[in-house]
Write a new protein. Structure first.
Length: 177
């Protein structure tokens, strides 16, 4: 999951984005983004590249297991004759990006909805801290505890809910494309 909570007059605010991968490990990356939409695009592009590289490695691993050096070379020649080269293969994968993108966005939305329900219902900073699936960082805030207190205060809840609703609406719009 990723969200951009940096708003203001900065042309390119520095935003810390926290995402949850398939193993539920927390990966922290910093992007210079101007909007939630741009943040989502950056993440999806990186996620696609990572999956493509993983797929290439898996294919290479299986090839080494299943083929001797000579048969592997013959296999590569046959593959090139049938499919051109790896560029052509990558194009096939790239063409499937819209479908994968739709699935990722649906996954994001599901996580967001469940985490928001916990956050809004409990309204306790320790609940947010313990889930570690929904975190926002503003550049000027150094101490995480202080940030949780600010975010869970009542005036911030309305602002938080407004941003979440806008984000979910954005996800729905992207999924229709």
């Amino acid at each position: 999951m990723l969200l951009n909570f940096s708003v203001g007059l900065h042309s390119q605010p520095k935003v810390a984005i926290i995402e949850v991968d398939t193993l539920s490990k927390i990966l922290v990356r910093e992007f210079k983004v101007d909007s939630i939409h741009q943040a989502a695009e950056v993440y999806l592009k990186n996620e696609f590249s990572r999956r493509l590289e993983a797929l290439k490695l898996e294919i290479a691993r299986l090839d080494k297991i299943c083929f001797t050096p000579s048969s592997y070379e013959n296999y590569q020649q046959k593959l090139k004759q049938e499919h051109g080269d790896l560029v052509a293969f990558e194009k096939v994968i790239t063409d499937s990006l819209p479908v994968m993108r739709k699935g990722l966005l649906a996954h994001f939305e599901e996580i967001i909805r469940s985490e928001i329900q916990v956050f809004i219902t409990e309204n306790r900073c320790d609940v947010v801290a313990s889930t570690r699936n929904l975190l926002f960082f503003e550049p000027e805030i150094d101490r995480t505890e202080e940030f949780y207190i600010r975010l869970t205060s009542r005036p911030r809840r309305a602002e938080f809910e407004k941003i979440i609703n806008e984000y979910v609406a954005l996800l729905n719009a992207l999924m229709k494309n």
